[in-house]
Design a protein around this ligand. Structure first.
Ligand code: KG4
Ligand code: ZN
Length: 355
């Protein structure tokens, strides 16, 4: 029997979980810091890492006790080591390293975005591959082709805002609370999705990349037409409901169109989604109704596996552990993602030596 502890602290969730044999989630404990960041309408790195420091030990203890285990029962310890806010990553990594060292267990460093990509396999280990995976959250929006466990290729990514970020900023424009995705979803429930004509940015006809910043500006200009005085009050009543419904529909439309493009262009057998935006009921409904997408084996994970959590870290940790991909105890925290996150160092021009 294989028991993996997964620890996640890359953003504003302090999370730990135990997964048995790669897919049985024995415990999944998440402490959300939303109330701490709400008044800033975004995650404040310093506040986030301080809160992780206070919460990490109780959360790990709870994940173990919920699973009725002690640390010595564990096979390995998986932890997010990239991408994320380095001050936040370091908290989870310090806890994971201490456990790995004290109990002499392997440490497995996990890429957070890849963990979202592999959530389909955690939910349904029989998911046929290759799978088309959409990762849509507050920090990332990208399409991947998952060829085999541990091996994916990125097909497209956002050139500016992430889908969740566009929802968060859009909600702020509409005077709604943070995080914006659930606030817009809630407000738009009784709204008319066609009431406001908002653009869908599709980029070149072949592109699988995303761009949401223009859509956010279009919402701004709808609420505050340029050249006119700024309205004293944010929209309210039916107008607010219609704006929320129309804006959400525009963002969901882009995600669906790009998924269709990817499914038509690449040989895929399944489709899975991950990240906080994957909790959106309209997105799920549109995927299930789409005549191209619903031909694929659909894996729409339970909501608690979509948003940031420790189970997805343990799930990918299990795959990497089985492949012998464990990490040294001095593994570093890295701010950027594994794929596409390569930093090009600017070459310094050699100056002629003055003699
Ligand atoms: O994956 P996540 O919990 O954290 C990271 O950003 O990594 O995603 C958070 C994002 C936020 O932008 C939030 O507005 C969005 O997911 N979100 C949603 C919903 N719930 C959370 N977006 C649309 N519909 C939702 N129900
Ligand atoms: Zn995430």
């Amino acid at each position: 029997m294989e028991l993996i502890l997964g620890i996640e602290t890359s953003c504003d969730e302090t999370a730990a979980a135990v997964v048995r044999n790669g897919h049985e989630v024995l415990s999944n404990v998440v402490h959300s810091q939303i109330s701490l960041h709400q008044r800033f309408r975004g995650v404040v790195p310093e506040i986030a890492s301080r809160s992780h420091t206070e919460r990490i030990l109780p959360i790990v203890s709870q994940a173990l006790s919920d699973a009725k285990l002690t640390p010595s029962d564990l096979t390995a310890i998986a932890v997010t080591h990239r991408p994320g806010m380095v001050g936040c990553l370091l908290v989870g990594m310090a806890a994971a390293k201490a456990l790995a060292w004290r109990f002499n267990r392997p440490l497995v460093g996990v890429d957070h975005v890849q963990a979202h990509v592999h959530t389909g396999l955690l939910t349904d280990p029989t998911m046929p591959l290759p799978a088309l995976c959409l990762v849509a959250s507050g920090g990332h929006t990208a399409l991947y082709k998952l060829n085999e466990p541990g091996k994916s290729e990125r097909l497209g990514t956002t050139r500016d805002d992430a889908a969740g970020e566009a929802l968060d900023k859009g909600a702020s424009l509409l005077g709604l609370t943070y995080p914006g995705g659930p606030a817009i979803e809630d407000e738009g429930k009784d709204g008319d999705r066609k009431a406001f004509k908002l653009p869908r940015t599709m980029l070149d006809k072949d592109s699988l990349d995303f761009s949401f910043s223009g859509m956010k500006t279009a919402l701004l200009y709808t609420v505050q037409p340029p050249g006119k005085p700024k309205p004293e009050e944010p929209p309210s009543g039916q107008q607010l409901k219609d704006l929320a419904a129309s804006y959400q529909e525009a963002i969901v439309d882009v995600l669906i169109q790009k998924l269709r493009r990817a499914a038509e262009r690449h040989e895929m057998r399944s489709l899975c989604i991950g990240g906080g935006v994957a909790k959106n009921a309209r997105l799920r409904e549109r995927i299930a109704q789409d005549p191209v997408l619903n031909q694929l084996h659909l894996v729409l994970p339970p909501l608690d596996l979509c948003a940031d959590n420790g189970a997805m870290i343990a799930g990918l940790g299990s795959i990497l552990f089985r492949q012998g991909k464990t990490s040294p105890i001095d593994i570093d925290a890295v701010a950027t993602a594994q794929s596409g996150g390569k930093i090009k160092m600017r070459q310094r021009k050699k100056r002629p030596v003055n003699k």
